[in-house]
Design a protein around this ligand. Structure first.
Ligand code: FAD
Ligand code: FES
Length: 275
């Protein structure tokens, strides 16, 4: 019997690099092994472990269309030794990739529901992979709101794609600090909840962003009448294995890598330090 080493990364080649902001890049990757690339499938909200020889390995959410079998995309923000090194990669360079890991967003529960998606910072990246099926199968869902907050207009990721998204989805964007050209909303992303009109009993909320955003949004979403049972959050923890073996990412009795990173809010809200 062939023993498969679950820690073994597959080689992926950088096919494209796009600067999104001064410190964040979108990488298009393709597995060197064409069979592996063809079979690679993921659920929006899942992540991969990306490794670079001499630097280490980091968990990164998958950002691309889950139906695209030719390649896949990750969006990386320079925030330390490994992510800085990834951001120096060029077309043709190689990285190691393990995964996909994690549970992903609750896609099946979204049918026939109003959907409120909230994000900030690089949290928009894995949500982009959810936007693809929401747009493609738009008539399966009711109202869709996408609330997005960034520090300044130049920190907004995927801004060029909003023109397509807003044909299908209510996009509400806010920044903390405007620039002279900014004519949009100013303030916290949670303030955008005043723009939402939903059937709270038939709504699902999904949030990916900094924990401080979750606390503010939790108050606003429950005010709107959405039960914590219908609010999902994606959590970030320091990870090593990515698949429930090393215990680096424990949250109470759960593993963020395996049981998450997406959790139903009512299941984690009472765990100290969860959000
Ligand atoms: C499930 C998951 C999905 C992620 N998706 C993305 C993504 O799509 N794009 C992206 O740019 N980043 C993502 N991250 C965060 C990314 O993994 C960390 O920024 C990275 O591990 C930092 O490693 P480093 O060696 O570059 O920095 P280090 O030098 O190790 O650390 C730099 C700083 O980042 C903090 N840090 C390290 N790891 C984490 C972590 N897991 N969560 C929060 N803070 C951390 C450290 O405390 C330190 O302050 C994700 C993390 C998780 C757990
Ligand atoms: S990262 Fe090893 S158990 Fe979660």
């Amino acid at each position: 019997m062939k023993i498969i080493n679950p820690y073994l990364p597959e080689i992926a080649i950088v096919e494209g690099v796009r600067n999104l902001t001064q410190n964040t890049k979108l990488f298009t990757l393709k597995f060197q092994d064409t069979d592996k690339q063809r079979k690679f499938s993921f659920i929006p909200g899942q992540f991969v472990e990306v490794s670079l020889f001499g630097f280490g390995e980091v968990p990164i959410g998958i950002s691309s269309d889950p139906e695209n079998k030719k390649n896949f995309q990750i969006c990386v923000r320079e925030s330390g030794s490994v992510t800085n090194a990834i951001c120096r990669l060029n077309i043709g360079d190689k990285v190691g990739v393990r995964g996909p890991y994690g549970n992903g967003f609750p896609l099946k529960l979204l049918s026939n529901k109003d959907i409120v998606i909230t994000t900030g910072g690089t949290g928009i990246s894995p949500l982009r992979s959810l936007i693809y099926p929401l747009i493609k199968y738009r008539n399966k869902f009711k109202k869709i709101y996408f609330l997005y907050g960034a520090k300044t207009p130049s920190d907004l990721l995927f801004r060029d794609e909003f023109k397509i998204w807003e044909k299908y989805i209510n996009i509400c964007i806010t920044v903390d600090q405007a620039d002279p050209n900014w004519t949009g909303e100013l303030g916290l992303v949670s303030d955008l909840c005043r723009l939402i009109e939903i059937d709270a009993n038939k709504s699902i909320a999904i949030m990916v962003g900094p924990p401080v955003m979750y606390k503010a949004m939790y108050a606003e979403l429950t005010n709107l009448g959405i039960s914590p049972r219908n609010i999902y959050v994606s959590l970030e923890r320091r990870m090593k294995c990515g698949f429930g073996k090393c215990q680096h990412c424990t949250l109470g009795t759960k593993y963020v890598c395996k049981d998450g990173p997406t959790f139903r809010l009512d299941e984690i809200i009472k765990i100290p330090g969860a959000i």
